[in-house]
Ligand binder design. Structure first.
Ligand code: AMP
Length: 281
């Protein structure tokens, strides 16, 4: 496995691979890798000859009061994990190279970014789309793999890929969970053991929603009420940012649950903002 830090070297390496007729898969990450990330690498390996895993804690997607400076990092551990998972190239560009002095060119997706995470984190997606467009330009992937865990992000980036005409196949892989159901996330690392036990409230709420739908309920308002109850029961201090029922691709709100409806939620548990989602049918 190669570790590349220079954008120029990454560009040269990707160009060479393309010239040799090799296909490239890209898995963008912010590092502090867990089984969720590794599952994306595993999927990418099935799809292309060369798997590039990028690690970049992107300053542009963090708001002023968010956790950029304390976002967990473990470069050595990450490189080991990428190697063990069969990644071919770890690409770790530096912030000053990604955003050189005087940087002023941004990529924005207009509509899909207005709701859910976009409503709570105003400049977040502008940072995400810009950095991912740059990663696409630098690494020239044939395939990219993102996680369903960040389902709006996947929808936004799929839109950008189509709108800007990138010839890239777009894969969204399932969410990998801890044994108790908590979605794996680098941010889980912020919790003490007792706080960690409460963080499962998002999954519990989603499960209770799924149970209701299984029993025949289709009304969003009733399901939402039950989810709020489930969250308060297992985590009294939780602050619910949103619980939403939206269409998988358009992100338009659903009034009744149908096959394409995704239930997503953002909840702050002991000062850590967590997101999760689930298809209910
Ligand atoms: P991050 O490092 O959090 O920016 O995530 C990098 C990629 O991994 C994104 O495509 C995420 O959606 C994906 N990802 C994060 N957590 C999980 C998980 N638990 N299961 C599957 N994919 C995940």
């Amino acid at each position: 496995m190669k570790t590349i830090r220079s954008i120029k070297t990454m560009q040269r390496t990707a160009r060479q691979a393309v010239a040799e007729g090799k296909s490239i898969a890209l898995v963008p990450t912010m590092g502090f890798l867990h089984e969720g990330h590794l599952s994306l690498i595993g999927r990418a390996k099935k799809e292309a000859d060369i798997v590039i895993v990028s690690i970049f804690v992107n300053p542009a997607q963090f708001g002023p009061r968010e956790d950029l400076s304390r976002y967990p990092r473990d470069e050595k551990g990450d490189l080991k994990k990428i190697r063990a998972a069969g990644g071919d190239i770890a690409f770790l560009p530096k912030p000053r190279d990604v955003y050189p002095h005087g940087f002023q060119s941004w990529v924005t997706v207009e509509k899909l970014t207005q709701t859910l995470e976009g409503a709570s984190r105003p400049r977040h997606f502008k940072g995400v789309t810009t950095v991912v467009a740059k990663l696409f330009n630098i690494t020239r992937p044939d395939v990219v793999v993102f996680g369903m865990k960040d389902y709006q992000q996947a929808a936004v980036l799929r839109q950008m890929t189509g709108d800007l005409g990138y010839p890239i196949r777009f894969i969204v892989a399932p969410t990998v969970r801890e044994p108790d159901g908590l979605a794996m996330s680098s941010r889980n690392r912020y919790f003490s053991d007792s706080q960690r036990a409460e963080a499962v409230c998002l999954y519990r709420a989603l499960k209770s929603a799924k149970e209701m739908v299984k029993a025949g309920e289709r009304q969003v308002s009733k399901i939402k009420r039950e989810m709020i109850r489930a969250i308060k029961a297992s985590c009294p201090g939780a602050e619910i940012d949103y619980i939403a029922f939206t269409d998988l691709k358009t992100l338009k709100p659903a009034r009744e649950i149908v096959k394409e409806t995704v239930c997503s939620l953002a909840v702050t548990v002991h000062q850590v903002r967590l997101i999760d989602n689930m298809r209910l049918l």
